[in-house]
Ligand binder design. Structure first.
Ligand SMILES: *Cc1c(COP(=O)(O)O)cnc(C)c1O
Length: 452
Protein backbone atom coordinates (compact mmCIF):
# COMPACT_ATOMS: atom_id res chain seq x y z
CA UNK A 1 0.00 0.00 0.00
CA UNK A 2 1.28 3.45 -0.96
CA UNK A 3 0.42 6.78 0.62
CA UNK A 4 -0.32 10.04 -1.17
CA UNK A 5 -0.20 13.63 0.02
CA UNK A 6 -3.49 15.54 0.11
CA UNK A 7 -1.67 18.29 -1.84
CA UNK A 8 -0.38 16.01 -4.58
CA UNK A 9 3.08 17.52 -4.94
CA UNK A 10 5.07 14.93 -3.04
CA UNK A 11 5.98 11.43 -4.24
CA UNK A 12 3.90 8.44 -3.09
CA UNK A 13 5.59 6.79 -0.12
CA UNK A 14 5.45 3.55 1.84
CA UNK A 15 3.75 3.22 5.22
CA UNK A 16 7.05 3.46 7.08
CA UNK A 17 8.10 6.54 5.13
CA UNK A 18 4.76 8.24 5.76
CA UNK A 19 5.05 7.49 9.47
CA UNK A 20 8.63 8.74 9.65
CA UNK A 21 7.82 11.95 7.76
CA UNK A 22 4.59 12.86 9.57
CA UNK A 23 3.80 15.85 7.36
CA UNK A 24 4.38 15.39 3.61
CA UNK A 25 7.16 17.58 2.13
CA UNK A 26 4.57 19.60 0.15
CA UNK A 27 2.79 20.54 3.38
CA UNK A 28 -0.01 18.02 2.86
CA UNK A 29 -1.18 15.06 4.95
CA UNK A 30 -0.79 11.43 3.95
CA UNK A 31 -3.70 9.18 3.06
CA UNK A 32 -3.85 5.65 1.62
CA UNK A 33 -3.90 5.64 -2.21
CA UNK A 34 -7.02 3.45 -1.97
CA UNK A 35 -9.14 2.36 0.96
CA UNK A 36 -9.68 -1.37 1.37
CA UNK A 37 -13.23 -2.73 1.63
CA UNK A 38 -13.22 -4.51 4.98
CA UNK A 39 -16.90 -5.47 5.02
CA UNK A 40 -16.22 -9.12 3.97
CA UNK A 41 -13.92 -9.53 6.98
CA UNK A 42 -16.21 -8.24 9.70
CA UNK A 43 -17.73 -11.59 10.54
CA UNK A 44 -14.35 -13.27 10.95
CA UNK A 45 -13.18 -10.41 13.17
CA UNK A 46 -16.10 -10.61 15.62
CA UNK A 47 -14.41 -12.60 18.34
CA UNK A 48 -10.90 -11.24 18.20
CA UNK A 49 -9.34 -9.55 21.20
CA UNK A 50 -8.53 -5.87 20.86
CA UNK A 51 -4.85 -6.49 20.09
CA UNK A 52 -5.64 -9.28 17.61
CA UNK A 53 -8.15 -7.10 15.80
CA UNK A 54 -5.72 -4.19 15.75
CA UNK A 55 -2.92 -6.31 14.26
CA UNK A 56 -5.26 -7.68 11.56
CA UNK A 57 -6.54 -4.23 10.66
CA UNK A 58 -3.17 -2.52 10.59
CA UNK A 59 -1.68 -5.30 8.48
CA UNK A 60 -3.85 -4.03 5.61
CA UNK A 61 -1.95 -0.72 5.74
CA UNK A 62 1.49 -1.40 7.20
CA UNK A 63 2.45 -3.60 4.29
CA UNK A 64 6.15 -2.86 4.71
CA UNK A 65 6.24 -4.07 8.33
CA UNK A 66 6.57 -7.87 8.67
CA UNK A 67 3.36 -9.31 10.15
CA UNK A 68 5.05 -10.97 13.12
CA UNK A 69 6.74 -7.67 13.99
CA UNK A 70 3.48 -5.77 13.66
CA UNK A 71 1.72 -8.27 15.92
CA UNK A 72 4.46 -7.95 18.53
CA UNK A 73 4.39 -4.13 18.45
CA UNK A 74 0.62 -4.06 18.73
CA UNK A 75 0.50 -6.49 21.66
CA UNK A 76 3.20 -4.53 23.47
CA UNK A 77 1.29 -1.29 22.88
CA UNK A 78 -1.95 -2.44 24.47
CA UNK A 79 -0.33 -4.42 27.30
CA UNK A 80 0.13 -1.07 29.07
CA UNK A 81 -3.66 -0.59 29.34
CA UNK A 82 -5.32 -1.34 32.66
CA UNK A 83 -8.62 -2.79 31.36
CA UNK A 84 -8.78 -6.26 29.76
CA UNK A 85 -11.12 -4.97 27.00
CA UNK A 86 -8.67 -2.07 26.31
CA UNK A 87 -11.59 0.08 25.09
CA UNK A 88 -14.62 -1.26 27.00
CA UNK A 89 -18.20 -0.38 26.06
CA UNK A 90 -20.41 0.52 28.98
CA UNK A 91 -24.15 0.70 28.57
CA UNK A 92 -25.93 3.61 30.27
CA UNK A 93 -29.42 2.87 29.02
CA UNK A 94 -31.19 1.07 26.20
CA UNK A 95 -29.88 3.35 23.46
CA UNK A 96 -26.80 4.94 25.01
CA UNK A 97 -23.36 3.41 25.38
CA UNK A 98 -20.10 4.94 26.48
CA UNK A 99 -16.87 3.82 24.85
CA UNK A 100 -14.25 4.26 27.57
CA UNK A 101 -10.99 5.30 25.95
CA UNK A 102 -9.16 6.29 29.13
CA UNK A 103 -7.58 3.08 30.37
CA UNK A 104 -4.14 3.74 28.87
CA UNK A 105 -1.08 5.03 30.75
CA UNK A 106 -2.04 8.74 30.56
CA UNK A 107 -5.79 8.18 30.97
CA UNK A 108 -6.82 9.74 27.65
CA UNK A 109 -7.72 8.31 24.25
CA UNK A 110 -4.50 9.53 22.67
CA UNK A 111 -2.71 6.58 24.27
CA UNK A 112 -4.37 4.30 21.71
CA UNK A 113 -2.39 5.84 18.90
CA UNK A 114 0.71 6.97 20.72
CA UNK A 115 1.58 3.75 22.52
CA UNK A 116 1.59 2.13 19.09
CA UNK A 117 3.43 4.97 17.38
CA UNK A 118 6.14 4.91 20.09
CA UNK A 119 6.75 1.19 19.63
CA UNK A 120 6.71 1.57 15.86
CA UNK A 121 9.24 4.43 15.98
CA UNK A 122 11.46 2.39 18.32
CA UNK A 123 11.45 -0.56 15.93
CA UNK A 124 12.05 1.64 12.86
CA UNK A 125 15.08 3.28 14.52
CA UNK A 126 16.50 -0.12 15.40
CA UNK A 127 16.00 -1.33 11.81
CA UNK A 128 17.51 1.71 10.19
CA UNK A 129 20.29 2.09 12.75
CA UNK A 130 19.47 5.74 13.27
CA UNK A 131 18.20 8.08 15.90
CA UNK A 132 14.99 10.05 16.11
CA UNK A 133 14.05 13.29 17.78
CA UNK A 134 10.34 13.82 18.18
CA UNK A 135 9.11 17.37 18.44
CA UNK A 136 5.48 18.05 19.28
CA UNK A 137 3.19 20.74 20.60
CA UNK A 138 0.33 20.10 22.95
CA UNK A 139 -2.49 21.87 24.67
CA UNK A 140 -2.66 18.99 27.13
CA UNK A 141 -3.19 15.33 26.45
CA UNK A 142 -1.16 14.79 23.28
CA UNK A 143 2.12 15.68 24.92
CA UNK A 144 1.66 13.37 27.86
CA UNK A 145 0.51 10.51 25.64
CA UNK A 146 3.41 11.03 23.20
CA UNK A 147 5.90 11.10 26.04
CA UNK A 148 4.55 7.89 27.50
CA UNK A 149 4.73 6.31 24.06
CA UNK A 150 8.49 7.01 23.78
CA UNK A 151 9.52 6.85 27.42
CA UNK A 152 12.93 5.21 27.75
CA UNK A 153 12.97 3.96 24.12
CA UNK A 154 16.56 3.67 22.82
CA UNK A 155 17.91 6.11 20.18
CA UNK A 156 14.97 8.45 20.66
CA UNK A 157 14.32 11.71 22.46
CA UNK A 158 11.09 13.62 22.74
CA UNK A 159 10.57 17.36 23.11
CA UNK A 160 7.10 18.62 23.86
CA UNK A 161 6.18 22.30 23.67
CA UNK A 162 3.23 23.48 25.71
CA UNK A 163 1.89 26.84 26.87
CA UNK A 164 3.26 27.42 30.37
CA UNK A 165 0.46 27.66 32.92
CA UNK A 166 -2.24 26.72 30.41
CA UNK A 167 -2.34 22.96 30.75
CA UNK A 168 -3.82 21.41 33.86
CA UNK A 169 -1.33 20.79 36.71
CA UNK A 170 -1.92 17.05 36.42
CA UNK A 171 -1.35 17.10 32.66
CA UNK A 172 1.89 18.96 33.26
CA UNK A 173 2.96 16.38 35.83
CA UNK A 174 2.30 13.59 33.36
CA UNK A 175 4.82 15.26 31.05
CA UNK A 176 7.34 16.64 33.51
CA UNK A 177 7.51 13.94 36.20
CA UNK A 178 8.52 10.92 34.15
CA UNK A 179 12.10 10.76 35.42
CA UNK A 180 13.14 9.55 31.93
CA UNK A 181 16.23 11.22 30.49
CA UNK A 182 14.99 11.10 26.89
CA UNK A 183 11.98 13.30 27.72
CA UNK A 184 11.99 17.12 27.65
CA UNK A 185 8.94 19.13 28.72
CA UNK A 186 9.34 22.61 27.20
CA UNK A 187 7.09 25.22 28.83
CA UNK A 188 6.68 28.09 26.36
CA UNK A 189 5.96 31.62 27.49
CA UNK A 190 2.97 31.99 25.12
CA UNK A 191 -0.22 30.31 23.85
CA UNK A 192 -0.85 26.93 22.23
CA UNK A 193 -0.91 28.70 18.86
CA UNK A 194 2.60 30.05 19.58
CA UNK A 195 3.71 26.50 20.33
CA UNK A 196 2.21 25.30 17.05
CA UNK A 197 3.80 28.14 15.12
CA UNK A 198 7.24 27.30 16.57
CA UNK A 199 6.68 23.68 15.66
CA UNK A 200 5.81 24.58 12.07
CA UNK A 201 8.82 26.87 11.77
CA UNK A 202 11.20 24.30 13.22
CA UNK A 203 9.96 21.70 10.73
CA UNK A 204 9.97 24.31 7.97
CA UNK A 205 13.72 24.78 8.55
CA UNK A 206 14.57 21.82 6.33
CA UNK A 207 18.29 21.66 7.17
CA UNK A 208 17.58 21.70 10.86
CA UNK A 209 14.83 19.09 10.59
CA UNK A 210 16.98 16.78 8.47
CA UNK A 211 20.09 17.14 10.61
CA UNK A 212 18.25 16.12 13.77
CA UNK A 213 15.95 13.48 12.22
CA UNK A 214 12.99 15.47 13.48
CA UNK A 215 9.63 13.79 13.49
CA UNK A 216 6.16 14.89 14.56
CA UNK A 217 3.58 13.09 16.65
CA UNK A 218 0.76 15.54 16.14
CA UNK A 219 -2.59 14.16 15.24
CA UNK A 220 -1.65 14.46 11.57
CA UNK A 221 0.57 11.35 11.66
CA UNK A 222 -0.95 8.68 9.46
CA UNK A 223 -0.26 5.91 11.99
CA UNK A 224 -2.30 7.75 14.59
CA UNK A 225 -5.32 8.00 12.36
CA UNK A 226 -5.16 4.29 11.46
CA UNK A 227 -4.62 3.13 15.05
CA UNK A 228 -7.66 5.18 16.05
CA UNK A 229 -9.88 3.43 13.52
CA UNK A 230 -9.52 0.27 15.58
CA UNK A 231 -11.49 1.26 18.68
CA UNK A 232 -14.46 2.22 16.53
CA UNK A 233 -14.27 -1.15 14.84
CA UNK A 234 -13.86 -3.02 18.14
CA UNK A 235 -16.79 -1.15 19.70
CA UNK A 236 -18.98 -1.70 16.64
CA UNK A 237 -18.30 -5.45 16.81
CA UNK A 238 -19.21 -5.47 20.53
CA UNK A 239 -22.62 -3.82 20.00
CA UNK A 240 -25.72 -5.99 19.88
CA UNK A 241 -26.06 -6.86 16.16
CA UNK A 242 -29.52 -5.27 16.00
CA UNK A 243 -28.06 -1.89 17.01
CA UNK A 244 -24.97 -1.82 14.82
CA UNK A 245 -26.40 -0.16 11.71
CA UNK A 246 -28.29 2.43 13.74
CA UNK A 247 -25.28 3.60 15.64
CA UNK A 248 -24.08 7.18 15.84
CA UNK A 249 -20.67 7.76 17.36
CA UNK A 250 -20.60 10.98 19.36
CA UNK A 251 -17.09 12.36 19.46
CA UNK A 252 -15.60 15.17 21.57
CA UNK A 253 -13.63 16.95 18.88
CA UNK A 254 -10.69 19.33 18.62
CA UNK A 255 -8.25 18.69 15.79
CA UNK A 256 -10.69 16.33 14.07
CA UNK A 257 -8.28 13.37 14.29
CA UNK A 258 -10.50 11.14 16.39
CA UNK A 259 -13.78 11.54 14.50
CA UNK A 260 -12.01 11.47 11.14
CA UNK A 261 -10.67 8.00 11.97
CA UNK A 262 -14.23 6.79 12.59
CA UNK A 263 -15.46 8.27 9.35
CA UNK A 264 -12.58 6.68 7.42
CA UNK A 265 -13.61 3.32 8.86
CA UNK A 266 -17.13 3.89 7.59
CA UNK A 267 -15.69 4.54 4.12
CA UNK A 268 -14.03 1.14 4.37
CA UNK A 269 -17.42 -0.52 4.45
CA UNK A 270 -18.48 -0.66 8.11
CA UNK A 271 -22.16 0.32 8.23
CA UNK A 272 -22.30 3.20 10.73
CA UNK A 273 -25.27 5.57 10.63
CA UNK A 274 -23.60 8.75 11.79
CA UNK A 275 -20.93 10.73 13.54
CA UNK A 276 -21.65 13.68 15.76
CA UNK A 277 -18.85 16.19 16.05
CA UNK A 278 -19.15 17.58 19.58
CA UNK A 279 -17.23 20.81 20.20
CA UNK A 280 -16.80 23.09 23.18
CA UNK A 281 -17.23 26.86 22.81
CA UNK A 282 -14.39 26.78 20.27
CA UNK A 283 -16.90 25.78 17.69
CA UNK A 284 -15.24 26.23 14.30
CA UNK A 285 -16.26 22.68 13.36
CA UNK A 286 -19.80 23.00 14.69
CA UNK A 287 -20.18 26.12 12.57
CA UNK A 288 -18.72 24.30 9.61
CA UNK A 289 -21.05 21.32 9.90
CA UNK A 290 -24.10 23.55 10.27
CA UNK A 291 -23.30 26.20 7.64
CA UNK A 292 -20.57 24.76 5.39
CA UNK A 293 -18.34 27.74 6.18
CA UNK A 294 -14.98 27.06 7.79
CA UNK A 295 -13.88 30.31 9.36
CA UNK A 296 -10.91 30.67 11.66
CA UNK A 297 -11.47 32.68 14.84
CA UNK A 298 -9.69 33.22 18.14
CA UNK A 299 -9.23 30.50 20.76
CA UNK A 300 -11.13 30.88 24.02
CA UNK A 301 -9.85 28.69 26.87
CA UNK A 302 -12.54 26.31 28.13
CA UNK A 303 -13.13 23.57 30.70
CA UNK A 304 -12.26 21.05 27.97
CA UNK A 305 -8.76 22.34 27.11
CA UNK A 306 -7.74 19.54 24.76
CA UNK A 307 -10.46 20.77 22.41
CA UNK A 308 -9.38 24.43 22.53
CA UNK A 309 -8.35 24.85 18.92
CA UNK A 310 -9.38 27.01 16.01
CA UNK A 311 -7.57 25.33 13.16
CA UNK A 312 -8.46 21.64 13.09
CA UNK A 313 -5.32 20.08 11.62
CA UNK A 314 -6.96 16.90 10.28
CA UNK A 315 -9.69 18.83 8.50
CA UNK A 316 -7.57 18.83 5.34
CA UNK A 317 -8.10 15.07 5.11
CA UNK A 318 -11.87 15.50 5.05
CA UNK A 319 -11.45 18.29 2.50
CA UNK A 320 -9.48 15.94 0.29
CA UNK A 321 -12.31 13.43 0.11
CA UNK A 322 -14.99 16.13 -0.07
CA UNK A 323 -13.22 17.72 -3.06
CA UNK A 324 -13.27 14.50 -5.03
CA UNK A 325 -9.72 13.44 -4.03
CA UNK A 326 -8.38 16.25 -6.19
CA UNK A 327 -5.13 17.63 -4.72
CA UNK A 328 -5.20 20.72 -6.96
CA UNK A 329 -8.47 21.77 -5.37
CA UNK A 330 -7.09 21.03 -1.89
CA UNK A 331 -4.16 23.33 -2.64
CA UNK A 332 -6.53 26.09 -3.75
CA UNK A 333 -8.68 25.78 -0.66
CA UNK A 334 -5.71 25.69 1.70
CA UNK A 335 -4.26 28.77 -0.02
CA UNK A 336 -7.56 30.58 0.35
CA UNK A 337 -7.75 29.63 4.03
CA UNK A 338 -4.24 30.93 4.50
CA UNK A 339 -5.11 34.20 2.77
CA UNK A 340 -8.61 34.91 3.98
CA UNK A 341 -9.11 32.69 7.01
CA UNK A 342 -12.34 31.27 5.62
CA UNK A 343 -13.74 28.91 3.04
CA UNK A 344 -17.22 27.61 2.18
CA UNK A 345 -17.41 24.01 1.10
CA UNK A 346 -20.34 23.19 -1.15
CA UNK A 347 -20.41 19.42 -0.75
CA UNK A 348 -19.46 17.15 2.11
CA UNK A 349 -20.93 14.08 3.73
CA UNK A 350 -23.98 15.80 5.27
CA UNK A 351 -25.89 12.57 5.73
CA UNK A 352 -23.29 11.17 8.06
CA UNK A 353 -22.06 14.17 10.01
CA UNK A 354 -23.93 16.22 12.56
CA UNK A 355 -22.53 18.47 15.27
CA UNK A 356 -23.10 20.16 18.60
CA UNK A 357 -21.50 22.82 20.78
CA UNK A 358 -21.25 23.06 24.56
CA UNK A 359 -20.35 26.15 26.59
CA UNK A 360 -18.55 25.80 29.92
CA UNK A 361 -21.86 26.18 31.76
CA UNK A 362 -23.36 23.38 29.66
CA UNK A 363 -20.30 21.19 30.27
CA UNK A 364 -20.86 21.50 34.03
CA UNK A 365 -24.59 20.83 33.67
CA UNK A 366 -23.95 17.76 31.50
CA UNK A 367 -21.50 16.30 34.03
CA UNK A 368 -24.07 16.81 36.80
CA UNK A 369 -26.97 15.39 34.75
CA UNK A 370 -25.12 12.23 33.70
CA UNK A 371 -23.93 11.68 37.29
CA UNK A 372 -27.44 12.07 38.61
CA UNK A 373 -29.26 10.08 35.96
CA UNK A 374 -26.77 7.25 35.48
CA UNK A 375 -24.45 7.40 38.49
CA UNK A 376 -21.62 7.73 35.97
CA UNK A 377 -18.87 10.34 36.22
CA UNK A 378 -17.60 11.89 32.99
CA UNK A 379 -14.77 14.34 32.27
CA UNK A 380 -15.37 17.80 30.73
CA UNK A 381 -14.44 16.65 27.19
CA UNK A 382 -16.82 13.73 27.29
CA UNK A 383 -19.42 16.13 28.73
CA UNK A 384 -19.42 18.08 25.45
CA UNK A 385 -20.62 14.92 23.72
CA UNK A 386 -23.58 14.63 26.10
CA UNK A 387 -24.87 18.00 24.92
CA UNK A 388 -27.56 16.45 22.75
CA UNK A 389 -27.96 12.82 21.77
CA UNK A 390 -30.04 11.93 18.76
CA UNK A 391 -33.09 9.97 20.03
CA UNK A 392 -33.56 8.39 16.61
CA UNK A 393 -30.23 6.63 16.86
CA UNK A 394 -28.24 4.40 19.17
CA UNK A 395 -25.50 6.61 20.59
CA UNK A 396 -21.99 5.50 21.40
CA UNK A 397 -20.38 8.39 23.25
CA UNK A 398 -16.60 8.38 23.19
CA UNK A 399 -15.23 9.07 26.69
CA UNK A 400 -11.90 10.59 25.77
CA UNK A 401 -10.38 11.20 29.21
CA UNK A 402 -10.68 9.94 32.78
CA UNK A 403 -12.52 12.46 34.99
CA UNK A 404 -9.75 12.38 37.62
CA UNK A 405 -7.57 14.37 35.21
CA UNK A 406 -9.82 17.41 35.68
CA UNK A 407 -10.45 17.75 39.41
CA UNK A 408 -11.35 21.46 39.31
CA UNK A 409 -14.06 21.08 36.67
CA UNK A 410 -15.49 18.07 38.48
CA UNK A 411 -15.56 19.84 41.84
CA UNK A 412 -17.38 22.73 40.16
CA UNK A 413 -19.96 20.45 38.58
CA UNK A 414 -20.71 17.81 41.23
CA UNK A 415 -18.84 18.97 44.33
CA UNK A 416 -16.41 16.06 44.36
CA UNK A 417 -13.07 15.17 42.82
CA UNK A 418 -12.72 11.70 41.37
CA UNK A 419 -9.32 10.13 41.98
CA UNK A 420 -7.08 7.67 40.19
CA UNK A 421 -4.14 5.86 41.82
CA UNK A 422 -1.80 6.57 38.88
CA UNK A 423 -2.38 10.31 39.18
CA UNK A 424 -2.02 10.31 42.96
CA UNK A 425 1.41 8.69 42.59
CA UNK A 426 2.54 11.55 40.32
CA UNK A 427 1.98 14.17 42.98
CA UNK A 428 4.95 12.86 44.95
CA UNK A 429 7.38 13.28 42.03
CA UNK A 430 9.57 16.28 41.14
CA UNK A 431 8.51 18.44 38.15
CA UNK A 432 11.36 18.82 35.64
CA UNK A 433 10.44 21.35 32.95
CA UNK A 434 12.42 23.75 30.81
CA UNK A 435 11.00 27.27 30.46
CA UNK A 436 11.64 28.87 27.07
CA UNK A 437 10.50 32.08 25.34
CA UNK A 438 7.93 31.71 22.51
CA UNK A 439 10.74 31.89 19.99
CA UNK A 440 11.73 29.33 17.36
CA UNK A 441 15.45 30.09 17.70
CA UNK A 442 15.42 29.40 21.42
CA UNK A 443 13.67 26.08 20.89
CA UNK A 444 16.08 25.10 18.10
CA UNK A 445 19.06 25.92 20.34
CA UNK A 446 17.62 23.73 23.06
CA UNK A 447 17.19 20.88 20.62
CA UNK A 448 20.72 21.21 19.30
CA UNK A 449 21.99 20.84 22.83
CA UNK A 450 19.83 17.84 23.78
CA UNK A 451 19.00 15.89 20.61
CA UNK A 452 20.16 12.28 20.33
C1 LIG B 1 -7.22 15.45 22.06
C2 LIG B 1 -8.47 15.30 22.81
C3 LIG B 1 -9.70 15.54 22.21
C4 LIG B 1 -9.82 16.03 20.78
O1 LIG B 1 -9.45 15.02 19.85
P1 LIG B 1 -9.14 15.39 18.33
O2 LIG B 1 -8.59 14.17 17.72
O3 LIG B 1 -8.11 16.50 18.40
O4 LIG B 1 -10.39 15.85 17.70
C5 LIG B 1 -10.85 15.34 22.95
N1 LIG B 1 -10.78 14.93 24.24
C6 LIG B 1 -9.61 14.71 24.85
C7 LIG B 1 -9.61 14.30 26.28
C8 LIG B 1 -8.42 14.87 24.16
O5 LIG B 1 -7.26 14.64 24.78
Amino acid sequence: MKYLSTRGRAPAVSFREAVALGLAPDGGLYLPEALPDISPRLRAWENLSYAELCAEFLALFATDVPEDVLTRLVHRSYATFSHPEIGPLRQLDERTHVLELFHGPTLAFKDFALQFLGNLYGWMCEQDGRSLNVLGATSGDTGAAAIHGLLGKPRTAIFILYPDGRVSPLQERQMACTGADNVFALAIDGSFDDAQRILKEAFGDRDFAARHHLSAVNSINLARVLAQCVYYLHAWLRLPPAQREEVEFVVPTGNFGNVFAGWLLERMGVPIAGFKVATNQNDILHRFFTTGEYRVGAVHPSLAPSMDIQVASNFERLLYYSLGEDPARVREVMAQLQREGRYTLAGFDRDTFSSSRATDVEIGANIARVAQRHGYIIDPHTACAFQELNPARVSVVLATAHPAKFPDALRGAIGQEPTHPGLDALKARAVVKHRLPADTRAVQDFLRAHAV
